[in-house]
Design a protein. Structure first.
Length: 49
């Protein structure tokens, strides 16, 4: 029966973990977008004669 007492605290652990991973995903997607935009432009400029 000790598990019933612990389930009340799962919200305090799982919701911040969910928020952290959602933030991490948003951050990585925005970094990827910036990286792709910046390096595609620089590669296109270098490849032109």
């Amino acid at each position: 029966m000790p598990r019933k007492g612990l389930t009340g605290y799962l919200d305090y652990v799982l919701l911040p973990a969910l928020a952290f991973f959602i933030g991490l995903t948003i951050n990585s997607l925005s970094q990827k977008k910036w990286y792709d935009t910046y390096y595609r432009e620089s590669l296109c400029k270098e490849s032109r004669p």
